[in-house]
Design a protein around this ligand. Structure first.
Ligand code: SAH
Ligand code: SF4
Ligand code: F3S
Length: 476
């Protein structure tokens, strides 16, 4: 989910943690930094919760920490490079403070396994995404001078029973993980290797978490999964009911259950997959005012030939049919996407198809990337990363320019209209302004007055940039 302008996604959004005062205290402080996707940020909240149980308090200040954990991302090479730079930095700190423990969590831990510990000697502890319950035990092992590595992937772990510690929270919006892993094998993507098999979380625990957040004053939850449309509970992959005595739940039904939690709790979700997004999901969205009219539907490429090499499981025509379905069922729904420039073998004509699809769709927003070859993926094994760097760059720039134009056009079309906005916090640029988002996920900035974050306000858009709508609060 995006705040800010269309851009190449910066994986290094740092999630330094807030202080937690409740629970046991072992006198040790944890400094936790997160990289990558929202799922990783959500996992960090689980990690903080597990370690809080064994007495670690989190701190925003790395200098007072006795444990530094980096929750890492492997999606592109530069994401990993950034983490290595941070690890070098903390290793310098360690020279002055030899007691400091440094750990790597998340996707790099899973991809590189013991390498960062044994060969590169950059860390003391390595823990993969399905092994966080083992963290307290591993920390004891490392204090005893043993090597602490657990990168076992699981077919069951969903951390359903763990109540996340909300880090860096604005108290208004929160993430809820509804599934883990991914069973698709998009040829460019490292996620199936770092996150393991897809598994869905118990719907009751999801609804319980939403209800709890609502009681705590939160007014928006984002349901997270790599492919939310393949969420399924009590149904096998082939479609058979597993336990006939229990209910089955698909993603549309889960959305409905969460929407029924409270009429003024907003629901968002990410990420939808074009090959799996059903009309049933769209009709459910249309039926509930509190399900936000916004879909992130990554296309990756506008060329059917490239999509085939990417193993995405759909064609340009299929994708366009999905866009048409969204527009037909919810004319006011905003759509954003992800695009990769310069995938293996991409010709000028294939790139032009991406540009034409963007112009036809006129996305509200897009995340745009240059293809980065990842070890072990199908693309690395089958294809050559043969598009020259300068061509990838030039194509990316063209894609960004097209997107900026369409974001501006979309925002201009909103000027003059009034939207319901959930106030989230004080605007970065001015203490006198608040920001929030409308249902379509557009950021709106408006006068603070006596409005408290967490309340809904009606805001009329009066002006815009390609990234933001400026507006006036409409009373009554
Ligand atoms: N599960 C989501 C995507 C998760 S990764 C989905 O299927 O849409 C987020 C985005 O990173 C992807 O949509 C893709 O655009 C980009 N990405 C993934 N692997 C990449 C690679 N090797 N090089 C460049 N971009 C990549
Ligand atoms: Fe990666 Fe494809 Fe799974 Fe998304 S759906 S996480 S791009 S393999
Ligand atoms: Fe990165 Fe892992 Fe997410 S590779 S994008 S942190 S699933």
């Amino acid at each position: 989910m995006s705040l800010g302008s269309n851009k190449v996604l910066d994986e290094s959004k740092q999630g330094d943690a807030t202080l937690i005062d409740a629970g046991p205290d072992n006198g040790k402080k944890l400094y936790l930094e997160s990289y990558g996707c929202q799922m990783n940020f959500s996992d960090s909240e689980i990690v903080a919760s597990i370690l809080a149980e064994s007495g670690y308090r989190t701190t925003r200040n790395p200098e007072e920490a006795s444990l530094v954990l980096l929750n890492t991302c492997s999606i592109r090479e530069n994401a990993e490079q950034r983490v290595r730079n941070r690890l070098n930095h903390f290793n310098n700190t360690k020279k002055k403070n030899p007691e400091l423990l440094i750990g790597v969590l998340g996707c790099m831990a899973e991809r590189l396994k013991a390498q960062l510990l044994e060969e590169e000697k950059l860390v003391d502890i390595v823990v993969g995404p399905d092994a966080y319950r083992d963290l307290p035990g591993l920390l004891e092992e490392v204090t005893d001078g043993r090597k602490a590595v657990n990168v076992l992937l699981s077919r069951e772990e969903t951390y359903a029973d763990i109540s996340p510690v909300r880090l860096n929270s604005n108290g208004v919006t929160a993430f809820i993980s509804i599934m883990r892993g991914c069973d698709n094998m998009c040829s460019f993507c490292v996620v199936p290797f770092t996150r393991g098999r897809e598994r869905s979380r118990d719907p009751e625990s999801i609804v319980r978490e939403a209800r709890y957040l609502y009681q705590e004053g939160y007014r928006e939850v984002t349901l997270l999964g790599q492919n939310v449309d393949s969420y399924r509970w009590n149904v096998s992959k082939k479609g058979d009911v597993i336990d006939p005595a229990k209910e089955t739940v698909n993603f549309a039904q889960l959305l409905e259950k969460v929407a029924l939690t409270a009429p003024d709790l907003r629901i968002r979700f990410s990420t939808s997959h074009p090959k799996d997004m059903t009309d049933e999901v769209l009709h459910t969205m249309a039926r509930y005012d509190n399900i936000c009219k916004y879909i992130h539907l990554p296309v990756q490429s506008g060329s059917s030939a490239v999509l085939k090499r990417m193993n995405r499981g759909y064609t340009r025509e299929w994708y366009k049919n999905r866009i048409d379905a969204i527009r037909r069922i919810m004319p006011d729904c905003a759509i954003s996407t992800d695009i990769i420039s310069g995938f293996c073998g991409e010709t000028d004509a294939e790139h032009a198809e991406t540009v034409s699809l963007m112009k036809e769709t006129e996305y509200e927003f897009a995340y745009m990337f240059k293809y980065s070859e990842r070890p072990k993926t199908l693309a690395e094994r089958k294809f050559t990363d043969d598009v020259p760097e300068e061509v990838k760059q030039a194509r990316l720039e063209e894609i960004i320019a097209v997107q900026n134009e369409s974001s501006l056009k979309r925002n201009r079309a909103s000027v003059g209209k009034t939207f319901e906005v959930l106030a989230e916090g004080v605007s970065k640029k001015s203490d006198d302004k608040l920001f929030g988002r409308n249902s379509q996920n557009a950021v709106m900035v408006f006068d603070r007055g006596d409005i408290i974050p967490g309340t809904y306000v009606r805001v009329k858009a009066t002006d815009c940039t390609s990234a933001t709508l400026m507006g006036e609060v409409v009373k009554g």
